[in-house]
Design a protein around this ligand. Sequence first.
Ligand SMILES: O=c1ccn([C@@H]2O[C@H](COP(=O)(O)OP(=O)(O)O[C@H]3OC[C@@H](O)[C@H](O)[C@H]3O)[C@@H](O)[C@H]2O)c(=O)[nH]1
Length: 392
Amino acid sequence: MASGLVFRGHEAQPVNDADFPKPQKPWFFLRYILREQRLHFLFLGVLLASVFFFFLLPSSSSPPVRAHDPFPASFLARDDLTLWPTTNTRSYDVAVHSVGKIPLGIKRKGLRVVVTGGAGFVGSHLVDRLISRGDSVIVVDNFFTGRKENVMHHFGNPNFELLRHDVVEPLLLEVDQIYHLACPASPVHYKFNPTNVVGTLNMLGLAKRIGARFLLTSTSEVYGDPLQHPQKETYWGNVNPIGVRSCYDEGKRTAETLAMDYHRGAGVEVRIARIFNTYGPRMCLDDGRVVSNFVAQALRKEALTVYGDGKQTRSFQYVSDLVVQETIDPEAKIEYRPNTEDDPHKRKPDITRAKELLGWEPKVDLRKGLPLMVSDFRQRIFGDQKEGATST
Ligand SMILES: O=c1ccn([C@@H]2O[C@H](COP(=O)(O)OP(=O)(O)O[C@H]3OC[C@@H](O)[C@H](O)[C@H]3O)[C@@H](O)[C@H]2O)c(=O)[nH]1
């Protein structure tokens, strides 16, 4: 039989007075507190709470202080074996109120961090570092130049998430810090990519919305073909605004401008790191940049391609045919090719400020760093056993 709803009417039910508590008289609580020394315990409790808030937590009226920065603007692991980029860094802080000390005995909780371009060459090394310091990391990558293999060793780690997403599309995430690396960095790739401006705008919008600290990885290319040598952070550069490289150079310059505008206009806490030429394990084999080209060409027994007269210099001025030849294949041939337009003639960072303010200076020289990269490339080209020296 189908069940049905039966209307039972609203007949008044007899109400038992005993079911309901009688309203208390107003002085009942006063009498209750005054009895059995309860007032003393109340005062004691207030006293203890006051001591805790005044002495263990900073007063809300204390002056604004710079937030503790466990990962300085250099963000580059100085103790890693991997060679990290020579970098000009700029750090722009807004004063933030201290969020309070963590009471003794409670471990610092890791930060929630998003790394755009985290499956790329530099990004994946940064992710390793963040994970190892206990942060929860979300990698956002469209895999244009990044590779899953670079972060696969974190799969299964509850502190790691990987999201296939192109930052030119907006994204909403709740994090404490944004490391914005997403952007193809090789001249052969970046010519076709608008990532710098649109992607940076999206990520700055996110930083503003969620109050996250923002790090922009900029580039030494903001100096263009520099008229000042070596280049200081204060140098404004010499960039051709309509050249083949300008989408990258000017894109990054615009990205820096946007970061500073969000800092000044919206109080977003930003860091800008201008990364110079970088090489190491996990670089794309056919990345197109000079070190990866030379290493891959030498391993494949191909001629080393030198663009122009080969006299141009970079922050690793030692990148010369001779050194690569010595290290990998002394017999390697050299093939001279026409240089690309607007190729900077020389480039070298003045790292005085980085040394003074961050205590940062490169630690791994070419003869130590190059074999690590060669070993990684050899393994990826020929499938050799991974050698112990290869950085992960
Ligand atoms: O096979 C090659 C590749 C490159 N080169 C030359 O080597 C020099 C370095 O070229 P790369 O492509 O490695 O790097 P670039 O200095 O031109 O640009 C780089 O600069 C700094 C970073 O931020 C970027 O990753 C990248 O744009 C250039 O003069 C280039 O013409 C060769 O001689 N042969």
